[in-house]
Design a protein around this ligand. Structure first.
Ligand code: HEC
Length: 217
């Protein structure tokens, strides 16, 4: 009983001393267990600095100079490759036609190389939620991320541009991935999603004779 009372008194004391003074103000320097980088040896913007004659921290640019990285590389801008680049290509960058509707098909050539990129990016950026087979059974499912399965008729028939838009801007619980995947990588992922859809929904007719024998049809 004595020990219990001792512990009880200690707990009451600890709770009151820790929680009881929440929100009260003090002018004293706080006790810093971890300084959390509160004080750093650095110059703050627009602060004073006695080192320079004008007393300013921020230094004006020396005459006749341009800050590094802040100018367009003229040679690149006027090169034919720049003109040919996909900068202004709406279908490629947004997955949309000029009238705002989604493009039906992936606007770049579907090559084996693109498929490889797609497979890799898919396994990095999508499989955790959508599952390796695209059936929505990713490792995050037990934690409540109910990612869509690609194997339903609606998603089989949506435009490629629509999926591009979902990857770019996200939908519901799915966050957009535009800062992580370039447009080319997004199109590659779509190519791979289409391959996954085929893999779960193909008819025997699309197989050649050798494949049919291999699969026992
Ligand atoms: C954080 C988990 C997560 C990741 C990562 C993720 N998704 Fe999703 N995705 C979801 C969820 C959740 C939904 C269902 C959204 C809804 O309908 O509210 C969804 C829906 C979709 C849909 C269907 C949209 C519709 O109209 O029903 C597509 C297509 C899709 N994701 C593709 C992808 C692709 C491709 C990637 C990788 C580039 C990806 N997702 C990455 C969670 C994720």
């Amino acid at each position: 009983m004595r020990i219990f009372l001792l512990i009880f008194t200690f707990i009451v004391f600890a709770v009151v001393s820790i929680l009881g003074f929440r929100g009260s103000l003090s002018k004293n320097t706080p006790i810093e267990v971890f300084p959390d980088m509160d004080r750093q040896a650095k110059y703050k913007p627009q602060a004073e600095n006695g080192f320079f004659e004008d007393g300013r921290n921020d230094r004006p640019l020396p005459a006749q100079t341009i800050a590094r990285g802040n100018y367009l590389n003229q040679q690149a801008v006027f090169s034919p490759e720049f003109a040919d680049s996909k900068l202004g290509d709406m279908a490629y960058n947004l997955g949309k036609n000029p009238d705002g509707s989604f493009v039906k098909k992936i606007p770049i050539e579907a090559t084996n190389e693109l498929m490889k990129i797609g497979e890799e990016r898919y396994s990095i950026f999508c499989a955790a939620c959508h599952g390796a087979a695209g059936d929505g059974n990713g490792v995050t499912k037990p934690y409540g991320v109910l990612a869509a399965t690609y194997h339903d008729n609606r998603l089989r028939s949506v435009e490629d541009g629509y999926i591009f838009d979902v990857i770019t801007n996200g939908k519901g619980l799915m966050y957009g991935l535009k800062d992580r995947l370039s447009p080319r990588e997004r199109w590659a992922a779509i190519l791979y999603v289409r391959a996954l859809q085929q893999s779960q929904n193909a008819s025997v007719e699309v197989l050649n004779p050798a494949q049919r024998i291999e699969l026992g049809f």
